[in-house]
Design a protein around this ligand. Structure first.
Ligand SMILES: [Zn+2]
Ligand SMILES: [Zn+2]
Length: 205
């Protein structure tokens, strides 16, 4: 069998290099959309929660998930859970939720390809010979969905996004605008987070 779900060229361009992980995310995203019966998201109504973290391989799948689903970081409808797992939850308030995870048996076969020997030596995907990359991508296309994915419907899953607001305030220290949910008070005056001296969690080491 060969899957019909392959990323379009623009998705590889967006991603920046050819690798097997972006296509895996693309396929996972499209399968989840088909299972839930949702179209590619134009706005802010479909949520994807990749369970990946950072500092481990295969995080490129997030770009495939975004390309397939239209649920992008920029629209704040994609959020990583930082579980360090190759899985994602897909949620549409009107259609429900489903979780897709890559099977360990698939990952064991996948990891045996030469592509990973290059990666373990620190070679970046754009520097890996094209035939080595294409070999492992082609192999993934030949695996069946059942061979690759654990699928779980999540009937009780819910998520409430932050309520949007257009309100913004000038920081009394740097003079730049800051949206109101991020305004802090310092000596009785509104300031932005950098001017408050407080370092937000994502930038902490
Ligand atoms: Zn990649
Ligand atoms: Zn400021």
């Amino acid at each position: 069998m060969t899957t019909s779900i392959k990323p379009p060229d623009w998705a590889f361009e967006f991603h920046g290099h050819r690798c097997p992980f972006m296509p895996l995310g693309y396929r996972m995203g499209l399968l989840a959309m088909l299972r839930l019966g949702v179209e590619r998201e134009q706005d802010h109504g479909f949520f994807v929660f990749p369970e990946i973290g950072e500092g481990h391989p295969q995080t490129c799948m997030a770009d495939g998930l975004q390309a397939a689903t239209g649920a992008t970081y920029g629209k704040t409808v994609m959020k990583k859970t930082y579980y360090g797992k190759l899985a994602a939850v897909f949620y549409h308030p009107a259609k429900g939720a489903v979780r897709y995870a890559l099977k360990p048996s698939f990952l064991d076969g996948f990891g045996a390809f030469e592509f990973f020997a290059y990666r373990r030596r620190g070679v970046e995907p754009s520097e890996i010979p094209a035939d080595v990359t294409d070999e492992v991508i082609a192999w993934t296309y030949e695996q069946s969905d059942d061979d690759m994915f654990i699928v779980q419907d999540l009937p009780d899953f819910t998520y409430t996004p932050v309520k949007g607001s257009f309100n913004k305030t000038l920081c009394s220290s740097c003079g730049e605008y800051v949206f109101d949910r991020y305004v802090r008070m310092k000596d009785g005056a509104p300031v932005c987070i950098p001017c408050s001296g407080y370092e937000p969690a994502p930038l902490r080491k």
